[in-house]
Design a protein around this ligand. Structure first.
Ligand code: D5M
Ligand code: FE
Ligand code: ZN
Length: 491
């Protein structure tokens, strides 16, 4: 979109007017052949109390002026776009050092306990200091450590009153313990055995079976992540093929696509991993952002773009991460359809609640939970959802901010949980929630080769917000194949 068009749109919105997507689209198409500021001036003059500028308003003006403009009205979506940013973390109260982490953990404990109280029969929850009588005790505690052996598992739980070590021998409970992330909150029933305390049951806060919210009209959202603009391995041609496809009005999915969510690692950054400089095409963050902006500029402006940061963006690495800001954000915020949000962020798009989280903690949860692997990131995301925490494991690779409030607790149930980071496209449905890890646009780097990570680049998942069905398009191929995601990953 040209700068002048962007300015005109901004001015019009500032005056309290909404511009219908269809009208938006038409304005963009005619912007080269007519003076838009004159058009808007005339249109607004004609409007009464109705503050929505519709395609008819513009057509009326065009007719009156007898301008030679080709009318190519496409099948479109009725009514204005409908989205809200529910959580965008820009400021957080922090307390330095150990005290900060103590506060963070007590916030985590309280929030998760509240969730558990709603979920589990927790009428007679006792404290860990009360474990040890004749009868079994139900307690809630954070998992301090666990040790899973063949045939048994020992777990240490902690609350504000102390710690308790208990062992399970029942094979199902041993399996449950194996799957529970470290530092997450569990409810356990503990009894006294001959030589040790016994775990009789254990459960995570989890989510109940959930009927997801869906859009009232057929609108699509493309969910993606990990572009890594600036990297020699960024698949620019494939990404440009995607942008070109967006303007194919004869393709129903493209014509109904109104949202693009980018879940972090938009650029490759500088100095992020060892010897990265050898793999950079553009070794300057500001230039990388300029290149990213040049690409996003080509996306039709009626498509709303949401961007959260990952571990390659120039923002604080400790989570929650604030949106890209300051001079780094400037070129991006010049695009009127770009929304910079925090990591994590919560959106409501056409009524569908979406949790965006880049996914750094997936590395830690995979490393500390037997049975999980980076090849199936959506299964690891399921563990996070069951733990109701985006980064439960403390003290490994995911830096966490010593904040007074733990905003990484998953307090609401998302309809869509969107992550990236792992560079492998994967999806999973869990109790009505769609879990999507959206892959990458970067080919395998030598670093990933060393780590044994085989990415699935340039395959784009697109969600029909009215059904939450996912299709994928492989933009790495000349001939593009559209297919159902579920068929790519049969259970
Ligand atoms: O992460 C791309 C991939 O590389 C993802 O699978 C995680 C993995 N990765 C990233 N950093 C590390 C470290 N420090 N150790 C092991 N594995 C890692 P990206 O964030 O795009 O670089
Ligand atoms: Fe990445
Ligand atoms: Zn990443």
């Amino acid at each position: 979109m040209s700068d002048s068009l962007a300015q005109i749109i901004r001015d019009t919105v500032a005056k309290g007017y909404q511009i219908e997507p269809k009208a938006f689209d038409l304005m963009q198409r005619i912007s080269k052949s007519i003076d838009l500021s004159e058009l808007i001036y005339e249109v607004i003059k004609q409007k009464g109390d109705d503050k929505t500028i519709r395609v008819e308003d513009i057509e009326r003006f065009l007719k009156r002026e007898d301008k030679e403009v080709v009318k190519e009205i496409v099948h479109e979506i009725e009514g204005p776009l409908n989205f809200k940013i529910l959580l965008n973390i820009t400021k957080l109260k922090t307390v330095p050092g150990t005290v900060g982490y103590q506060r963070l953990f007590s916030s985590r404990y309280r929030k998760l306990l509240n969730l558990i109280r709603k979920r589990v029969d927790s009428g007679n929850l006792l404290t860990i200091s009360e474990v040890g009588g004749e009868r079994s005790t139900k307690v809630a505690g954070l998992v301090y450590s666990k040790n899973v052996r063949r045939g048994s598992a020992t777990i240490v739980l902690e609350d504000e009153t102390g710690r308790v070590e208990a062992t399970a021998f029942d094979s199902q409970i041993v399996k449950n313990i194996q799957e529970i992330p470290l530092d997450s909150l569990v409810v356990a029933t503990i009894s006294s055995g001959k030589r040790a305390f016994i775990v009789e049951s254990i459960s995570l806060p989890d989510v109940p079976e959930h009927i997801p919210n869906t859009a009232k009209r057929k609108v699509y959202a493309a969910l993606t992540s990990d572009l890594h603009v600036g990297s020699k391995f960024f698949l620019k041609d494939a990404f440009q093929a995607f942008i070109k496809w967006l303007s194919r009005r004869e393709d129903e999915v493209a014509a109904r696509l109104r949202y693009l969510l980018i879940c972090g690692d938009t650029i490759d950054g500088v100095g992020v991993y060892p010897n990265q400089d050898k793999e950079l095409e553009t070794a300057d963050v500001t230039k990388q952002i300029a290149e990213l902006t040049d690409l996003l500029k080509l996306i039709p402006s009626y498509i709303q773009i949401f961007i959260c940061p990952g571990n390659h963006e120039p923002v604080r690495q400790a989570q929650p991460q604030p949106p890209i800001s300051g001079s780094f954000a400037e070129p991006l915020t010049k695009l009127p359809n770009v929304h910079l949000v925090s990591n994590p962020a919560w959106l409501e798009v056409e009524g569908v609640k979406i949790l965006m989280y880049h996914g750094r903690s997936l590395e830690d949860i995979v490393a500390t939970t037997p049975g999980l692997s980076v090849e199936r990131p959506a299964i690891a995301m399921r563990s996070l959802l069951k733990a109701r925490h985006l980064a439960p494991v403390y003290g490994r690779r995911t830096p966490i901010l010593p904040a007074e409030e733990d905003l990484l607790v998953i307090e609401e149930i998302p309809d869509i949980f969107h992550s990236g980071h792992v560079h492998i496209l994967d999806s999973e449905r869990y109790r009505g929630c769609l879990l999507l890890n959206t892959g990458t646009w970067q080919m395998q780097t030598s670093y990933q080769l060393d780590m044994g990570i085989t990415p699935t680049p340039a395959i784009l998942p697109i969600v029909d917000l009215s059904t939450l069905q996912v299709i994928t398009i492989d933009f790495s191929k000349q001939e593009r194949i559209q297919q159902d995601l579920e068929r790519t990953h049969p259970e």
